[in-house]
Design a protein around this ligand. Sequence first.
Ligand SMILES: *Cc1c(COP(=O)(O)O)cnc(C)c1O
Length: 375
Amino acid sequence: MEEQSIRVEESRSRKEKPNSDELIFGRHFTDHMFVMDYTEGLGWHNASIVPYQNLSISPAAMVFHYGQSVFEGLKAFRGQNGDIQLFRPKKNVQRLNRSNERLVIPPIDEDFGLEAIKRLVEMDKDWVPDAEGTSLYIRPFIISNEPYLGVAPSHHFKFVIILSPVGSYYKEGIDPVKIAVENKYVRAVKGGTGEAKTGGNYASALKAQEIVEKEGYSQVLWLDGVEKKYIEEVGSMNVFFKINGEVVTPVLNGSILSGITRDSVIQLLKHWDVPVSERRISMEEVYEAHQNGTLEEAFGSGTAAVISPIGELYWEGHHLTINNGKTGEISKKVYDTITGIQYGKIEDSFNWLVKVGKKTEVKQKSLKKSITSLS
Ligand SMILES: *Cc1c(COP(=O)(O)O)cnc(C)c1O
């Protein structure tokens, strides 16, 4: 089977770019998008970069009814020397394939997927904002688009990548949030889809978030779906606690999403010789630590905010104030280091950055493999 490259159709008109200080997350989109189709028997094909436009999809497309879809989220940054760089993008492509596996979506060629991201960002590189803390958010996703109402895996899919310039997450400096521990609803259970980045997980989380927002909390802390005892995630971020000098994050147990920021935080802490452990941690333990004064810091981690310190936890009638509601030392250090690397202010000693615009021609390989690995 022959190799494929990316067909490019340039947009004839260019949109006006929003000002850096008016960027709202996920509201503005660039001039181009990447699309690729999957048809059983043919594999992934028709890889193209085309003008940003609406998709034409049958109302019977399976994604609308049974939610067979996956997505990713990563960012491109304008470095100090003007280079456009991605943060650990290969990890996102690999995770996309793990999500695919769980949702019975055929895998993509990972090198080709990364190449698609790089080519698209290169094409719309003028959209990467340059103000402090801004970036270009990259949203790859796959939907099942076979028109069929039967409950079965689809035979047709569409892979799309869109780009959205985003403003600084922290306009007035990194700022701790109030979090309510969720005792009624659960995000995911072991054996479910919590490990996959799929829209359904988000749909089922909206209710709890809506309730706590009305009560003045910005997010919920999710507990395990069986005993509602062990901590899993915070909102759509991974979560860390610093207790008596040790940083603890819930071990990946099958219902927690494996965050790339989470992995980066762990690597940094190990590099700094800060004790860090991935293990089960109960809300009871966090409460005890708060009561005896050893709960030093708590923070969420994810691509959007990088680090989101937790200033207060509400649990069963108790308001637990953490670090006087201020950003902790480790939270700040991790935040400054990761963002420093992303914007090229700190040496990338972990080799996390991938530059965009280096001329490499990666063609889509092994179409056959992606077909046979389906069966
Ligand atoms: C995407 C996501 C995260 C964070 O992952 P990053 O790779 O760090 O952005 C954490 N939890 C959930 C549920 C997510 O969907």
